[in-house]
Design a protein around this ligand. Structure first.
Ligand code: NDP
Length: 446
């Protein structure tokens, strides 16, 4: 797939990180966008900045033993990847999902470095998690697991060192259990995690931030074509945190959201998932922890078992579930059905083949590290509020989030403009790289 210096670079990455296919994919996407820029700026090449960025500063891997409700011992594996601290403390979420392995977390940590740089806030990149599956576990089991996980992780993190947040399978409940255990072990109340509850240091708008930000980014992309979200038909995948608030903001902007999904299939509601129906989804997913097909029975619409939403006709598509959930054929179907804009709430949801289809069709394609950066940006705002020991209003945080998404979009235009077309992928990768690379040059060979 790769050519010239990109191929040589990738050969070394693959040899050094065998079997980590998602990590190879993420590094290739960035290297392919960056190589011409690096060739023109030899200072980065001489200092081997790309080689250093692709090597984590530190990888932690640990045993997480815990007792389930039957009194049986369970053993999971925990990870924290401290990828890059050139511009601030490591920052990035924790993912609890059975598919979690070293390669997946390295891809997410690598992406996070560029994303955090794009937010304009002082945050380095990290990611972590476990192969623990919270699905089907009692609250007590989730708490036991979180306490055991933190009993090792607490040694390595801190408000000025490494500040984890949520991701797939880690929401408000898990952050609460993790924070409680950290506080108990360290005997200190600090902003060591973000996504905290409102009563104990959390920021307003943090739960909404990734989904809202994805829509603010889509709106900015559409503006370049003198268009808006108003009246658009939108397909969304996933039904977790990001999908829920993407649905809310899209609807507030005057669009009609016609799908949500989970790992069992897709619900298709051509009448639109309005405020009342979304309240049902929030209760179903966040409190009852049920499956999205229950939405179809409740509202008498279609459930497409085992299917993703990309075959449904739409103007705007928002992948908000997981990596590689849009393949080349999905992308072709989207373009054929008239989709003009893709804004990614999830991390790396589009496969390389899908990205090729979007770029060739010259549709507005907003990749995750730009379009979903609103979540970590608002985590950065939560860190600032914790340090200042004060809390901003909902309007203040939302305004800052909106301003950051506009600024990210501008950076993508600055580096990604190609005649009449904006290559947001190239723009985001170069813009994210420059700040980190220059900081690394300033700090010497470390
Ligand atoms: P949640 O755990 O809240 O929701 C995840 C959703 O995606 C669920 O509907 C889940 O379905 C579905 N899903 C997960 N894995 C798969 C899979 N392998 N196949 C099909 N569906 C799947 O996570 P979030 O909403 O927080 O995260 C969603 C995406 O957004 C991830 O890519 C994450 O990295 C990214 N992201 C999240 C941020 C945040 O602030 N939370 C910030 C930036 C990016 P099921 O319940 O059936 O597993």
């Amino acid at each position: 797939m790769a050519k010239g210096s990109v191929a040589e670079f990738m050969d070394k990455i693959i040899a050094k990180n065998p079997g980590e296919k998602e990590f190879h994919q993420a590094v290739y996407e960035v290297a392919d966008s960056l190589m011409p820029f690096i060739e023109k700026n030899p200072k980065y090449k001489q200092a081997k900045i790309l080689e250093r960025i692709a090597e984590p500063e530190r990888v932690l891997m640990f045993r997480v033993p815990w007792l389930d409700d039957k009194g049986e011992v369970q053993v999971n594996r925990g990870f924290r990847i401290e990828m890059n601290s050139a511009i601030g403390p490591y920052k990035g979420g924790l993912r609890f999902h059975p598919s979690v392995n070293l390669g997946i977390l390295k891809f997410l940590a690598f992406e996070q470095v560029f994303k955090n740089s794009l937010t304009t806030l002082p945050m380095g990149g990290g990611k972590g998690g476990s192969d623990f599956d919270p699905k089907g576990k009692s609250d007590n089991e989730v708490m036991k697991f979180c306490q055991s996980f933190m009993s090792e992780l607490f040694r390595h993190i801190g408000p000025d060192t490494d500040v984890p947040a949520g991701d797939i399978g880690v929401g408000g409940r898990e952050i609460g259990f993790l924070f409680g255990q950290y506080k108990r072990l360290r005997n200190e109340f600090t902003g060591v995690l973000t996504g905290k509850g409102r009563n104990w240091g959390g920021s307003l708008i943090r739960p909404e931030a990734t989904g809202y930000g994805t829509l603010y980014f889509a709106e900015e992309m559409l503006k370049t074509k003198n268009d808006t979200m108003e009246g658009k038909v939108v397909t969304i995948s996933g039904s977790g945190n990001v999908a829920q608030y993407a649905t809310e903001k899209a609807t507030q902007m005057g669009a009609t959201v016609v799908s949500l999904s989970d790992s069992e299939g897709t619900v298709y509601d051509p009448k639109g998932i309005d405020e009342k129906k979304l309240a049902f989804v929030l209760e179903l997913k966040n409190v009852k922890r049920g499956r999205i097909k229950e939405y179809a029975s409740k509202y008498g619409c279609k459930f497409l078992p085992g299917k993703r939403p990309w075959g449904i006709k739409c103007d705007v598509a928002l992948p908000c579930a997981t990596q590689n959930e849009v393949d080349g054929n999905d992308a072709k179907a989207l373009v054929k059905n008239g989709c003009i804009c893709v804004s990614e709430g999830a991390n790396m949801p589009s496969s390389p083949e899908a990205i090729d289809v979007f770029l060739k069709a010259k549709i507005l394609y907003g990749l995750g590290k730009a379009a979903n950066a609103g979540g970590v940006a608002t985590s950065g705002l939560e860190m600032s509020q914790n340090s200042l020991r004060l809390s901003w209003t909902r309007e203040e945080v939302d305004e800052k989030l909106h301003g950051i998404m506009v600024a990210i979009h501008e950076q993508c235009l600055k580096y990604g403009k190609e005649n009449d077309f904006t290559n947001y992928m190239k723009g985001a990768n170069i813009a994210g790289f420059v700040k980190v690379a220059n900081s690394m040059l300033d700090q010497g060979v470390v």
